[in-house]
Design a protein around this ligand. Structure first.
Ligand code: ADP
Ligand code: MG
Length: 254
């Protein structure tokens, strides 16, 4: 239990077994096994090119696995119909490396967009309420009428996360949430990830090679080496090792 969040180890919201994914001759994931429990923040670390983004894309149905089981909220993402996958995707929030806001739209319009596109019958009062609530939760109510170009890097990132949260996802996938941010803004985003876990009761997969992010947000940390998890456990357990492949990572970061 962290910050009063209860993790339910009997409830796996993501379950990956023996996942293999290659591109031509390049074996990226070779028999990877992973669980994400309800309420948990799982951090996946690994060097650039180790397959972290590929893993997140397979889980969200953007890439097909070559072999293995990829079960998300009880459904096998590569076996379901396009309609079922679309419905499942609404329960998965994807926070991209770039915040990917629409530059010509205000914060309000950026937040409105996923609501009206995905919830066809939503009333304008409910839209207003959802926007207000999510802006409170990311602590940026004052930015509602601003354009992305008027926001700082950290604010853009938070609005990007708000745009994902507005659909109340059960699972959040964060791909390098602190990449390219200064240390203070990084801490802000790490705190937000933990607040999201508390306020929205989400289960999150956080892909990063930022050790501070892993330490601050992860209930568990897993390290990809050679296409599979070499180790997983608490941050301290994972890094309290003599294994050079992990020590090297740690020494390089700090
Ligand atoms: P990272 O751990 O840095 O996120 P990625 O998961 O993006 O790494 O990529 C892992 C490897 O797979 C890299 O060598 C990358 O070039 C390769 N790769 C990723 N996506 C594709 C693709 N669609 N086609 C071919 N190769 C890819
Ligand atoms: Mg990546």
């Amino acid at each position: 239990m962290k910050n009063g969040v209860k993790i339910d180890r009997n409830n796996r919201v993501i379950f990956v077994k023996d996942l293999e994914k290659s591109f031509g001759e390049l074996n990226v994931l070779s028999g990877l096994n992973m669980d994400l429990f309800k309420g948990e923040n799982l951090v996946v670390m690994g060097r650039s090119g180790s397959g972290k983004s590929v893993l997140i894309k397979v889980i969200s149905g953007l890439l097909k696995p070559d072999k293995g089981v990829v079960n998300v909220l009880g459904q096998e993402v590569d076996k379901i119909s396009t309609e079922e996958l679309q419905a499942l995707r609404l329960k998965i929030g994807f926070s991209f490396q770039s915040s990917a806001l629409y530059d010509s739209m205000t914060v309000r319009e950026n937040l409105e967009f996923p609501l009206v596109r995905n919830l066809k019958n939503i009333k304008s009062k409910e839209v207003d309420k959802a926007i207000e609530e999510v802006l409170e939760n990311v602590d940026l109510p004052q930015t509602i009428n601003q354009l992305p170009s008027e926001l700082s890097g950290g604010q853009k990132k938070r609005i990007g996360i708000a745009r994902t949260l507005i659909l109340k996802p059960e699972i959040m996938l964060y791909d390098e949430p602190t990449a390219g941010l200064d240390p203070i803004t990084s801490v802000e985003i790490n705190n937000l990830i933990n607040e999201v876990q508390q306020k929205y009761n989400t289960s999150s997969l956080i892909i990063t090679h930022d050790l501070t992010c892993a330490k601050l947000t992860g209930d568990r940390v897993a390290m990809i080496v050679d296409g599979n998890f070499l180790t997983q456990g608490s941050f301290d357990d994972v890094f309290n090792t003599n294994d050079e492949r992990i020590r090297g990572f740690y020494n390089y970061n700090f």
